[in-house]
Structure formats: C-alpha cells, structure tokens
Ligand binder design. Structure first.
Ligand code: ACM
Ligand code: ZN
Length: 765
C-alpha cells in the first residue's frame, strides 16, 4: 500500500515537472534558455496582480516601465507595484539574487503563487521579462488593446547568455532612418535578448551625426544628389540631442550603443565638406555610387588628426559605452602612395609601407580614445600593418581576423560575411527584393559557431561574441530593414545566447512558428523566404521537355499549386514530383504546414515558344549573381522587367554567344532577343546581334545581323528587342552572338570600367 502511494506520488511529480526536451515547441522561447522545466498548470496575470520588487536592483524602474508598457498597450492596464515584502495572494516578484554570477542571467519560476524572476542585476530581470512576454499569448505584442487572457504555463527556467557581445549593426550612411525607426530597431534587438547596437554613422554616401564644430559635415556631407538606382536626392542626420535620446532609449533596454565614425576610408562625405583633410585637396561630391571609393583622409597632415580628434571629442561624451568603433575597413591606399605628406610621414616615422601608415593612423586614434577612457574596436583590416596595442577586432572578411586577434590575445567580435551579413539574400534571389548578393538563409545563420576551431580553450575567452550587420545600399525603407533583419535576428540571437550543445536546427525551426506570430502581432515586416516556394525549371532529358520543380528551404512543408492563375490553397493540387508544361501557363504555388498557410504566393507566368526548355550552350560564362535562373535561364519562358536583377542574364566585359539546339529541324518565323541598357549601372545594349543557322551544329550560314542604333549615352532604362523574321527557314541549331561594347565610354563616371551585357529570353516562334 505504502509502495503504491510512493509510486503514484512519483508519477504525479513527473507529470507536474516534465523535462525540457519535449516541450520546447510548446513554449517556443527564442533564444532557447539554458534550462527549462515545464509544469502542469497556468498562472494568469490580471489587473489585480501586484508587482513586488527589490529596490536594491539598480534601475529596476526601467524594467517595470518596460513590462507595464506591453501590458498597457495590449491589455489596457498596468501592474500596481510595491516594494513590500509581503503581499496577499499571487504576485509577480523581481528579486535580487547575488548568487547568480552572470549579471545577465536570471531564474524564472511560475507556479500558483505567481511569477518570480531573480537575478543579480536589473539586466537579468529584464531578460526574464522578455521570457515572460514570450510565454504569454502572442497578443501581448499587440499595439492595440485586444481581448485575451494573460496566461502563462507553470515552469522553472534557469538562463543566461553564452556570449557577452550580442550585436546588431545598422548602416545609416547609405540610407538614413529616422529616430522613430531607430527606436523600433532597438526594440527588436531587446526582444531577442541582444545587447549591442552598432550604429554605423558615417559613410561615403552620407555623414549622419551633428558635429557642432564642423557644421558642413551635415550641411554638405549628409546630402547625396542621387544613387545610380533611384536618381533621387537623399539626406538626413541626427542632432546630438536625438543621439542622446536614442542612447537613453537603448540603455533602458540594457543595450549599449556602439558608435562608428569611419576612418581613414569610407570618408568621401566628410571630405566633400572638408576637402582640406584629403591628400589632393578635392573638390569632392558626396558619393552617389555604392562600393569602395578612393578618397581617404590624409595621414600625412597633422591637421587631419586634429580634425578627427575634435570630432571624437564631441561624439565620445554622447556614448557612455566602453567601445568606440573607428571603421578601418576597405581603405584604398592609392591616394597615400601619391601624396607627398603621406610619403613624408612614412619616411619620418620609419614605416615600411602604406599598410603600416594605416596602422600608424589607427594607433594614433587608439591613444586618443584611450586617453578619453574608451576602447577602440575596428574592422579586421586594422590588423594589417600591425594591430594597435589594446584594439578589439571585428572579423568580417571571414573568421581569419578573429582568429589572428585571439591568438595574439586581443578581443574579437565575430561577424563573418558568410553567416552574419543580413544584406545578403535570404531566399532564392528570383523571389527576393534586390540584395547586395550572397545567400544567407535563416538556417545558415543558425549554423554559425562563433568560436573558431583553430583556437585553444585558453583563447576562447577572446571571442566576445557575434554580431549581424545590416548594410543598406539596397535597403531604402524601414520596412525593408525589418524584412532583412527578421527572422534572421532570431537565429543570430540564439547563436549568441544559447549554449552550443543545446542548439538544434529542427527544434529552432519548430519554435519559429510562434515567433512568426509574435512578429505578425508586433507589426514587423518579417520575411517568409524560407517558407516560400521556388519554381525551378528542370530539363527532363528523357522527354526532352521542361519540367517544373517546386521546392522550399524548409523541409516537411506541403506545397500546393495552381496552373490557371488562381490563388492556391489546400484544395489545389498538392505537389509531389516535377511536372511538365507545354503551353502558356501561370503557375502559382504556396506552402502550408499543418493546414496553416506559411508562405507568400510565388507566381511564374511561363510563355511557351519553340525554344522553350531546349538545350542551350553558352560560350562565355554569365555572372552567377545574374543567372536568370541558370542554364535554361534564356529559354525558360520568363521575361525580365525594368530590374536587371531578375530574369536577365548578365555578362561582364565579354560578348554573348550561345547555340540553341531545337532538337530537330524546325520552321522558324521569328526570333526575338531583348537587351537592356542602364548606362549608369554600366549596362549597355550590344553593338550588334547576329543570328546564324545550322542543321548539323557544325556549319552555320544565313547570317542575319542587326546593328544597334540606340545611343550608348541614352539615359534611364532602355529595353530593346533585336528581332528577325527569316523567310522559308527551317533549322535545328540557332547561334546567337551579341557584341559587348567592352568598357564604359570616356564620358562615363567610371570610364574604362568593364561594360555589361544583359540578355533576356531568346524567343523563337
Ligand atoms: C564591411 O563590410 N566593409 C565591414
Ligand atoms: Zn596624404
């Protein structure tokens, strides 16, 4: 009898505390806590629930206000607070617990007596609050009052971050974002338990922070005439008062703002305002094109250092954090090589070359920053020519820089382009807005391990953490920043927070379902790229026809499609294997999981013609970034529009030559190939296009040549068909040749640069 009782108590206890592994998906906390035990039961927060806090917790009012802010906006009430130790009934309690060593760590327990968060600091309590928000129904993120019960599951959580530096960067130089959006960005960082906001404030294309001593920096340096893409002016900067407001806003969310003032390169906007600090004296304009620009601060003139030190003297007091970022990346040395002042500096300082001059430059800035109580951090190029004595390295050109820094006992933040650049494509480029390049999916970000294998256990401590970067050349709006940032920020947050042994991609992706709901309710324009269906052309060798394959990044999704232009749902055809099409077809596809729609609809409108899906062989390779869908990109029945980034195949500096094999002798009435011209983007129509024909693929005849008559200088977007209508022609092979003009003409802003050819579908009828 006694034995039976003990047994049933044991069963009861195990029912109450079910261990973590099975329940991640139901709680769906991101980043995953270090330890979770789920109980049986729910606690409900009501208007009457009291909040008790320990006033030894410094700045705890910020956390209380933050939590109450969410309750107020979604539920219309806030908690009454008391620092009294005893309260009748269930309550929420923020307690100090000095035994929790990591000041960012916390313990959370929820049971019938209420909610207790303990930590040694308010920052730890803040992360406990983030977890509470995630344990509540998604409606807690609503900006409008909604009717829902504030229920939380009983649980015990012990948590704390793996890394100290959990960063998100934003480039406000290429595009300016106002303070309202910067605050939202900071909120998103906080929501993911990240703690560094790297604010990239200066660029070739714009200087974005008020400097009272040098008003032209913003008067001239914050205004860009246009970009090659949009042709419209762009401007904006933050006053020092606005900067203070942002820093304060971030600090209430336990986020340190790391300012970046770029030097010695990426400085065209500053030099447009003050050309006297360049090597040549100018004049310059604020850059209108993306890329690396050759203008650079003169490292020979003393006045340059005075100028920069005066700027830093104004900027430093605005940012209480310990680090100051000086850029240091992509500093071309051509100006220094030709400058008598820079060469004199090299000689007088006994430097070996321009790399050592860059090192001299950064070391001087480090001394200055150290004298003001700041630590210097810079991109990994600051290693070249010798690292400044106390510098911390931000490793972006892969992980080498981080490894080298750690091996020489310098700290490093890992931010390799391969995994941490959120300006890269996150889905198949054909389904995405134009991005800088790359292919960095949610899963790829998640797979990142910040501690390189090359480091010994003793060196691990030099890796402070990781950071994701959002460069905004192709990101002009806040909505677009949100799209590039979310959901990938969930992955980098877990990379930075959760211990390596606990990470699991499938588990993470299953928790993302709820995270997407949170994003939705919070009104964040998150990307659904990993759920989107790619419609890929697949040549079926057996039937010599074009088959379509439907695929998505995430496995185990149900894909439904239609062929009649209607929107697909679960009543449409369920995809199981590739299928052929042989007439004009508007394919629409969508993914579902457990009958829930997960993706946007992908649409492809195929125009079938005589070359559709036929074998094509190109002589010179196209650029991978502009593949128009790959090998069958020019015979896939899809046409390009005004953006050269999709369905146009791009050839850099070379002619286009291809042979089409129609499979058998075929009667031809029309051949039409379109090209696009955008001379500002270095893209031109061909000098001429020539078609020739063959029955055996060896001897070609019947050449027809069409010479282009549209001027190279014609501005804007020109799309031009090169069409022939041969009489009485039957042929199996068609050769298409298009002559590239070679290089940008003399009148171009970059004369001599390689010219591009962009070609659309080769349509045969
Ligand atoms: C960088 O991406 N140039 C740091
Ligand atoms: Zn110089």
């Amino acid at each position: 009898m006694k034995k039976k009782l003990i047994l049933s108590i044991a069963v009861l206890i195990s029912m109450i505390l079910i261990s973590c592994t099975v329940k991640h998906e139901t709680l769906s906390i991101i980043p995953l806590p270090q330890s979770v035990k789920v109980g049986n039961g729910e606690f409900t927060i009501t208007k009457e629930t009291k909040l008790i806090y320990d006033n030894q917790l410094v700045n705890i009012q910020n956390v209380i206000d933050y939590f109450n802010g969410y309750l107020m906006s979604s539920s219309g009430f806030q908690l009454k607070t008391t620092d009294a130790k005893s309260v009748d009934g269930a309550s929420i309690s923020f307690k100090i617990d000095k035994s929790i060593e990591n000041n960012e760590g916390y313990k959370l327990s929820i049971d019938k007596s209420g909610i207790t968060i303990s930590s040694s600091s308010s920052q730890g309590i803040f992360y406990g609050v983030q977890t509470i928000l995630q344990l509540l129904p998604e409606d807690i993120y609503s900006k409008e009052i909604v009717d829902f019960s504030l229920n939380l599951p009983y649980c015990e959580i012990k948590d704390g971050p793996r890394f100290k530096w959990r960063g998100m960067h934003l480039d406000v130089g290429r595009h300016f974002f106002n303070t309202e959006f910067i605050k939202k960005y900071i909120d998103y960082i906080a929501m993911h338990k990240m703690n560094r906001f790297h604010w990239h404030l200066t660029e070739d294309q714009g200087w974005r922070i008020e400097i009272k001593k040098y008003p032209k920096l913003t008067k001239i340096g914050s205004v860009r005439k246009e970009t090659t893409e949009d042709g419209t002016p762009h401007s904006g900067f933050y006053t020092q008062e606005e900067v203070k407001e942002i820093v304060e806003y971030a600090s209430k969310r336990f986020i340190t703002v790391v300012p970046e003032i770029e030097m010695p390169g990426h400085s065209t906007a500053a030099l447009a305002a003050y050309p006297e600090y360049s090597c040549t004296g100018g004049p310059f304009e604020v850059a209108t094109e993306w890329g690396v620009h050759k203008e650079i601060y003169c490292a020979g003139k003393e006045e340059t250092f005075k100028f920069l030190e005066n700027i830093l003297t104004e900027v430093i007091p605005l940012f209480p954090g310990e680090y100051f970022h000086v850029g240091g990346d992509e500093a071309p040395k051509a100006r220094w090589e030709k400058c008598k002042d820079c060469q004199a500096r090299i000689k007088n300082e006994g430097l070996k070359d321009e790399h050592e001059l860059q090192s001299y430059f950064i070391q001087r800035m480090e001394k200055f920053l150290n004298s003001k109580g700041k630590k210097l951090i810079g991109w990994d190029e600051i290693l070249e020519g010798g690292l400044a004595p106390q510098a911390t390295v931000m490793s972006w050109r892969g992980v080498k820089g981080g490894i080298e820094a750690a091996k020489s006992e310098h700290y490093a933040v890992m931010s390799p382009g391969s995994h941490c650049y959120f300006d890269h494509y996150q889905g198949l480029p054909e389904n995405e807005p134009v991005a800088i390049g790359g292919y960095t999916t949610l899963s790829k970000v998640y797979s990142y391990e910040p501690i390189p294998e090359e480091l010994s256990p003793k060196q691990h401590k030099y890796i402070l953490g990781a950071q994701a970067n959002v460069w905004t050349e192709h990101i002009p709006t806040p909505e677009h920043v949100e799209y590039m940032m979310t959901p990938r920020i969930s992955a980098i947050a877990e990379v930075c927070w959760t211990n390596k042994e606990l990470k699991n991609l499938d588990d993470f992706l299953s928790r993302m379902d709820k995270q997407f709901n949170r994003y939705s309710v919070a009104g964040i324009n998150y990307a659904k790229s990993e759920y989107n269906v790619a419609i890929k052309n697949k040549f079926d060798a057996a039937t010599k026809s074009m088959a379509l394959e439907l695929d998505s990044e995430l496995p185990n999704l149900d894909i439904y499609y239609t062929l009649d232009g209607s929107d697909p749902d679960t009543n449409s055809i369920k995809y199981s294997k590739p299928f052929s099409i042989n007439q004009n077809t508007n394919v629409k596809a969508v993914s579902y999981k457990n009958k829930k729609k997960m993706s946007n609809i992908t649409t492809r409108n195929f125009q079938v013609h005589k070359a559709f899906g036929k074998e094509i062989t190109v002589v010179n390779p196209y650029k991978e970034k502009y593949s128009a869908g790959g090998k069958y990109g020019l015979v896939n029945g899809l046409y390009g529009g005004s953006s050269h980034n999709s369905q146009w195949q791009g050839y850099e500096g070379v002619d286009f030559e291809a042979v089409l094999d129609l499979g058998e002798s075929t009667e031809i009435k029309t051949i039409e190939t379109k090209f696009i011209q955008k001379n500002k983007s270095w893209i031109y129509l061909p000098e001429f296009v020539e078609y020739s024909f063959s029955e055996d693929g060896k001897i070609y005849s019947g050449n027809i040549k069409i010479v282009n008559e549209i001027p190279k200088r014609k501005s804007g977007i020109v799309i031009e068909p090169f069409t022939v209508n041969p009489k009485n022609l039957s042929t199996r092979y068609i050769k298409v040749f298009a002559k590239n003009i070679g290089v940008n003409p003399d009148w171009h802003q970059s004369p001599g640069g390689k010219a591009w050819l962009f070609i659309d579908e080769i349509t045969v009828k």
